[in-house]
Design a protein around this ligand. Sequence first.
Ligand SMILES: Cc1ncc(COP(=O)(O)O)c(C=O)c1O
Length: 399
Amino acid sequence: MNARLQTWLGDQIQTLREQNLYKVPKILESPAAGRVRMNGKEVVNLSSNNYLGLANHPKVRQAALESIEKWGVGAGAVRWIGGTMTVHQELEERLARFKHVEAVLVFTSGFTANSGCIPAVLTDRDVVISDELNHASIIDGVRLSPASYKKSEGWVYRHKDMEHLEEILRNAQSFEKRMIITDGVFSMDGDIAPLPDIVALAERYDAFVMVDDAHASGVLGKNGAGSTSHFDLYGRVDIQLGTLSKALGVVGGYIAGSAVLKDWLINRGRPYLFSTAHPPMVAAALIAALDVMETDPEPMRRLWDNTRWWKKALADSGFDTMGSETPITPVYFGDEKAAQDAERMLFDEGVYALSIVYPTVARGKARIRTMPSAAHSEEDLAFALEALKRVRDRLAVGV
Ligand SMILES: Cc1ncc(COP(=O)(O)O)c(C=O)c1O
């Protein structure tokens, strides 16, 4: 390798290590589940987005296997070049019905759906107004657009602060289009965006709304149809992003909205235009996952039973879950080192949950991020709770 590049990479990695930002993924040696084998050890996994346990559901697996027999394993090309397979089309029709919208376009991930859609609908005469806690894929999508968006220029509102959003909207009236963009459920804090207020402000100030429902899909609303369904805002949210990688258990992302929006993204959504389509088995597995979500209320009921149990048990044991309203449940430690030590000690105790520290969250707001799911039994969660309590007690006496 070129010596300059080699040295530069080494220096960057050293800096990451010094800042405690260097990551080494653990090795998962079993399928996604409530209990998994990881780095040679059996642990309760509290760090997966497999909300409904669909990643290894027998009907979803079976659909993928049958699809391989019928279609093979690859799509062959970008959809507008190689042709769209009927299974891809069927998935989009199913998703559009599920979301009560005119049309859906699938991208290969939620990340590429954001980075494809956001710049495609904006010009340099527009402004994007963002919640300060929006996900990295929204931030990157916004940065790819020619619109005004910077915090330093006053276009980022304090988290869920509707007075601040209104003040910014008043200042933004000279732009041609105004886009308000928010997570539906915030991925680090697990709280829900005040979508009815955001939509009302958008209507008052002639803005349009895009909501990233990555963590609301399969979690909120009728059969898990997301935050628009949860708040009964059908027809009033202009663009919805969903992911197929979390509650639906497979991989992918989609944009749900009007037929003309889909038409435009087929022509101008760059990750759609220049990246090969999902393998057909992915689309087939997702159709089966939608079948389960639409016909079997049990996984969503278990997800929420477990979530309520977990939050109450944590609160009863004196833990602070930082205002979380959804399965994403941060457990407050405050101090960065305490949270990182807690992550290591928890793993030794047989529980996998990540510490989240500055700069991902504000300094002094370090936490262990836990995710109960339909795949956990009550015993799994009770085991994790006892481990958390022991770790807290040991940290309190400096062990
Ligand atoms: C809020 C949010 N949006 C988008 C994404 C990206 O979704 P995907 O994993 O499907 O690329 C994530 C994933 O972490 C997310 O949390």
